[in-house]
Write a protein that binds this ligand. Sequence first.
Ligand SMILES: [Zn+2]
Length: 130
Amino acid sequence: MNSQRHATPDTVECVRCRARFPLEHFRLGMRVPCPACGQEGVPRLVHSGFFWWDVTFGDFHGLLLDDDTREATSRRVLDWLGWTLNSQEEEAFFVDATGRRHSLEAAHLLIQHTPEWQFDLYQMAMNFWR
Ligand SMILES: [Zn+2]
């Protein structure tokens, strides 16, 4: 199973200089540097590409915060990475067995780069969203 086959990136727009550039679908909602002006920000979707089982960062964040999906989502991250969901002063993050903190972005990228986890998370999300 290869989630990258025949995938084409989305087209996004920098909210500062309005330059358009390609971005992998699963990076939607993440802060990324603009290749034109260098400003880091969350670009706006202009045109959707073609993808298989990508879940965007915005959706992953939502799955972790929503009362209906938090447990199922955080349990998967614990099974896969050994990281426990935690939060402090409205900021959510993960903590590993050694007590080290990891960002939601770090967990998201590891999941999106592991085809079987990516597929499983997509299926789980679709079951809630349908
Ligand atoms: Zn820009």
